[in-house]
Write a protein that binds this ligand. Structure first.
Ligand SMILES: [Zn+2]
Length: 273
């Protein structure tokens, strides 16, 4: 990054408390201040880069791949252990297609940060694939990919894009590896609730800041990625924010959706009314 990054000063995205006067957590790094809200306990990056900066200077869809590679090289043993443990315990890897098949009603599906459409092309006929994508090139490619299925892709930051969506009949909203990047997570959950039809679901996958690995590895935990991860959810803080947005928690079991031994957690929430 050659130019200084423009930042947005954030209050707690969960309860709106200003935590400016409290000291940053030890996982903070350089200029990036991670705070734990003294009001509700939510952990977040206080000075987050603005969307345009993320788009132009940081290009996280690229840097995240580089980051994964670097981490595997630095910690090959731990990574192998976690893979072996997963195999031994026969923990199935979750994926969006399986979860949609199992829990979503019929109807259109919208993916936030859909990239080039990717897995959405494999959705069965009962779902029309739609998405919002901040990267222009990926959005153009995604729109081309999804058009034959009757779907579309909006090129916009997620909140701005979702606010522009008029349809309110989505069978599912998918937030996979997305919510940790979102500067306004509660607002996006409210919008997701608005566009979801009754009986529809929300699928979330985020790093689990309450995991064992996060506690043991602290600053070097794979979920700590500054400045592009701006929210650090625990099972408790994710549940409370999702419920406050209007959803009911549908699937969030300790052994299948939020194992403390896994770096990530999944959640299925549902809109009942
Ligand atoms: Zn708070």
């Amino acid at each position: 990054m050659s130019q200084p990054v423009k930042t947005e000063q954030r209050v707690c995205p969960n309860c709106s408390q200003n935590n400016e006067s409290s000291s940053p957590l030890p996982i903070s790094s350089g200029e990036w201040r991670v705070k734990k809200c003294s009001g509700c306990g939510f952990v977040y990056l206080e000075n987050a880069p603005k969307y345009e900066e993320l788009l132009e200077n940081i290009a996280w869809e690229k840097s995240s791949k580089v980051e994964t590679l670097r981490r595997t090289q630095e910690h090959p043993v731990q990574d192998r252990v976690s893979r072996v443990t997963r195999k031994r315990l026969k923990l199935p890897r979750k994926n969006v297609l399986d979860l949609l098949a199992r829990y979503a009603p019929d109807g259109p599906v919208i993916d936030l940060g859909c990239g080039n459409g990717g897995y959405m092309l494999q959705l069965p006929a009962r779902h029309i694939p739609c998405g919002i994508e901040i990267s222009r090139n990926l959005a153009v490619e995604g729109a081309r990919n999804l058009a034959p299925r009757g779907g579309w892709v909006l090129n916009a930051p997620a909140l701005q894009g979702l606010r522009a969506v008029q349809e309110t009949d989505f069978a599912a909203v998918v937030m996979r590896a997305y919510l940790e990047h979102e500067i306004h997570p509660f607002e996006i959950l409210r919008e997701a609730f608005r566009v979801t039809k009754k009986g529809g679901i929300l699928i979330i996958k985020v790093p689990n800041y309450g995991s064992i690995n996060a506690a043991v590895r602290r600053k070097s935990w794979c979920g700590v990625r500054l400045p592009d991860h701006v929210n650090y959810f625990t099972p408790e803080s994710l549940s409370s924010m999702v419920k406050r947005a209007g959803f009911s928690i549908d699937q969030f079991g300790l052994f299948s959706f939020r194992q403390p031994t896994s770096d990530n957690m999944w959640m299925i929430a549902r809109k009942y009314e």
